[in-house]
Design a protein around this ligand. Structure first.
Ligand SMILES: Nc1ncnc2c1ncn2[C@@H]1O[C@H](COP(=O)(O)OP(=O)(O)O)[C@@H](O)[C@H]1O
Ligand SMILES: [Mg+2]
Length: 285
């Protein structure tokens, strides 16, 4: 079976989580020391929506994802996942002030938000199956048998049914990244965050990973925020594209509007770098 054929399994229903899968970011401000990296970000993502975030390096895309996952604390605004404030509680008497939640509560809130990074960070001494089963056992408290069953299901869905017993060193970069996506899916997340997950891959391996993400997007079972420089993927797969520059959302809209009719000079000059790729009519995957 070729890798392309291996992508055929349907991801529909892979993550049919219960409850609210929305993300709401309100007037988010984040400083690193004296440097204001997020300068008032407002973003509402509907349940099951696929939002692709594009923008120049250093514009704050990673920091925004990390604030949504509460890997970063922030100094102003609010982030709600599934209608719940992430990482903090309102201080009550002091209107507008937030109090950080204890680590236990932060971990529990974070379990609903799965993040996939550029680096796969699989455990080298564990098989693909064991890597994927670990989170459901540790965080969701599934039995080993239940966790392995879930791991087999999600690995099949990312086209790796025949590589479950492989150690990461025996897998290609594309396969390792698909294991990392399966590991995130196995947590049954409400929201999945993808941060340049194909940037470290050899060009010939990018397509298989984008293919898995596309199937996942089309299932609308999970809300997806995807940071990528793959403009064809953004054009073909996103429900909405968000353009960030210098810590702010400068433009957002349907892919056709963002790529076909950019309103700001900043977006126009950003897109110029990708012009060849976007005008190319070949499908992404
Ligand atoms: N831990 C950090 N400490 C200080 N500055 C940081 C840190 N992380 C990111 N930055 C700075 O914040 C800005 C935005 O970074 P980042 O969110 O990684 O942007 P992007 O993902 O769009 O490339 C950059 O100027 C970066 O140098
Ligand atoms: Mg980044």
């Amino acid at each position: 079976m070729t890798d392309a054929a291996a992508l055929a399994p349907d991801l529909t229903g892979a993550t049919a989580s219960q409850g609210d899968r929305s993300v709401v970011v309100k007037d988010l401000h984040k400083w690193f020391g004296a440097f204001e990296v997020l300068r008032g970000v407002d973003l509402t993502v509907a349940p099951g929506e696929v939002v692709v975030i594009v923008g120049p390096s250093g514009s704050g895309k990673t920091t925004l994802l990390r604030c949504i996952n509460f890997l970063e604390e922030y100094q102003g605004g609010r982030v709600y996942v599934g209608g719940k404030l992430m990482g903090y509680r309102e201080a009550g008497a002091q209107a507008g002030k937030l109090v950080r939640l204890p680590d236990r509560d932060v971990s529990r809130a974070r379990a609903d938000v799965a993040m996939v990074f550029q680096a796969f960070n699989l455990f080298p001494h564990m098989t693909a199956l064991e890597n994927v089963a670990l989170g459901p056992m540790k965080v969701r408290h599934l039995s080993k048998a239940e966790a392995h069953e879930r791991a087999r299901t999600v690995l099949a869905r990312v086209g790796l049914a025949d590589r479950m017993s492989s150690y990461p060193s025996k897998l290609s970069g594309g396969q390792q990244q698909r294991v990392a996506i399966a590991r995130a899916l196995a947590m049954n997340p409400k929201v999945m965050l993808f941060d340049e997950v194909t940037s470290a891959l050899d060009p010939e391996l990018v397509g298989e990973v984008l293919g898995v993400m596309k199937q996942l997007a089309e299932s609308h079972g999970v809300t997806m925020l995807v940071v990528t420089h793959e403009m064809l993927f953004a054009r073909d797969v996103a429900d909405r594209v968000v353009f960030m520059d210098s810590g702010k959302i400068v433009e957002e809209g349907a892919p056709a509007a963002i790529f076909g009719n950019p309103r700001t000079d900043r977006l126009r000059s950003f897109l110029k770098r990708f012009q060849g790729a976007i005008q190319d009519e070949r499908p992404t995957v």
